[in-house]
Design a protein around this ligand. Structure first.
Ligand SMILES: Nc1ncnc2c1ncn2[C@@H]1O[C@H](COP(=O)(O)OP(=O)(O)O)[C@@H](O)[C@H]1O
Ligand SMILES: [Mg+2]
Length: 359
């Protein structure tokens, strides 16, 4: 306890007070007479006192000890008898655990009390219970959604048959409407299931250039049809990267789809990829020439179920960021309301391999 004043002098490493202040609990250390040797900042803050002023005073002067003058005070009992206490209620706010401190001969030299803010613990406990309930609810929803998918596939199959049978009838349009509705339910379920069970990425070494290229190929047809031109450029060499290709494809498709949806009258999607040296990140930009996003919506775009589209699910960007984060990266939106929307994906290069001619 000699260095409890916090002066490190020429000694290297943290002082004991720094250690005590780093503990997320209230700590009180007293000598065998009950005089305070150390009190950490958290406990001082909880009690509304100055930690330095408290040192040297008797612990009974602390606000939390006043009014409990009896001999049954747990800290006094510990100092007298060595009895230890585990998480006993201490005032309406705290619970306390107390240990006797002994010298090499086993004699009591003092005691240490660890205080927990039970209000905080109760909140934490309730948060855990709530999270568990939500997890169960999530699982039930996922099972239900999965069960809906099979009969829905049957409905879709029969609707397609009807569509063929009604080909020349004016009622054929109604079947198309029904098919579109079924497809929409399917999209919602698929997105939801991906959300409920974000798979652990199965990474393997791939070429970022090739993954981006093949995702662009998938949308190119549809994009062209809508009058959208897609340009892709890589700055310098891209080292091979450890990726779950299928999941990352999904991310790119979600972003490309959003870009296409933002430009119903055509436009341009520019994809750029660069391995940044200073940040050790891959930076993949997808920029469109649509209307962009209002500044205050930029951060909301990643919230689950946030959508401004009549038929949107609001899960595309949320799931995409989840996937990218599972890869140790992140996503953000750099917006310029007059120049469209730029979605940026960051991936760590730490897992990348030395370019083996894959890129
Ligand atoms: N390229 C973009 N341009 C403008 N707004 C966009 C773009 N990408 C996403 N957004 C906004 O972010 C919202 C959330 O996107 P997303 O999570 O993919 O869900 P959804 O596409 O189903 O609406 C969209 O509804 C839209 O308002
Ligand atoms: Mg989307």
């Amino acid at each position: 306890m000699k260095d409890q004043g916090g002066t490190t002098g020429e000694a290297a490493g943290p002082a004991l007070t720094d250690v005590l202040d780093g503990i997320p609990a209230g700590i009180l250390v007293v000598d065998r007479r009950g005089n305070i040797i150390a009190i950490n900042n958290l406990l001082a803050e909880w009690l509304g006192i100055d930690a330095r002023e408290a040192r040297g005073r008797h612990f009974r002067e602390l606000p939390c000890e006043k009014g409990d003058g009896g001999q049954n005070n747990p800290l006094l009992l510990t100092l007298k008898t060595g009895q230890e206490f585990n998480c006993v209620k201490h005032t309406s706010r705290f619970s306390v655990s107390i240990r006797a401190l002994r010298n090499a001969r086993g004699e009591i030299t003092g005691a240490m009390a660890v205080f927990q803010d039970t209000g905080y613990c109760r909140e934490l406990e309730q948060a855990v219970i709530k999270a568990e309930r939500l997890a169960i609810l999530g699982q039930l929803c996922a099972i239900t959604m999965h069960e809906i998918k099979n009969p829905l596939a049957a409905v879709r199959g029969y609707l397609q048959l009807f569509k063929k049978e009604l080909r020349d009838s004016p009622r054929a349009g109604r079947v198309d409407t029904m098919l579109a509705a079924v497809d929409r339910i399917n999209t919602i379920i698929t997105d939801f299931l991906r959300l409920a069970r974000p798979a652990v990425p199965r990474r393997k070494s791939c070429s970022l250039r090739a993954v981006i290229g093949s995702a662009i190929k998938l949308i190119e047809g549809e994009a062209k049809h809508r009058g959208i031109r897609v340009a892709f450029s890589c700055e310098g060499e891209l080292p091979a990267v450890m990726l779950d290709e299928e999941q990352f494809h999904q991310v790119l498709l979600n972003v490309f789809k959003n870009a296409c949806e933002a430009m119903p009258d055509g436009g341009e999607i520019t994809v750029r990829a660069v391995a940044e040296r200073d940040t050790a990140l891959f930076r993949i930009e997808v920029e469109d020439t649509g209307p962009g996003m209002a500044e205050d919506l930029c951060h909301r775009a990643f919230e689950p179920f946030f959508t401004t589209k009549e038929n949107g699910t609001g899960l595309g960007l949320y799931i995409s960021r989840l996937i990218v984060k599972n890869h140790g990266g992140d996503m953000k939106i750099e917006n310029n309301p007059n120049r469209g929307c730029k979605v940026v994906i960051f991936l760590p290069q730490a897992n990348s391999l030395v370019d083996q001619g894959l890129a």
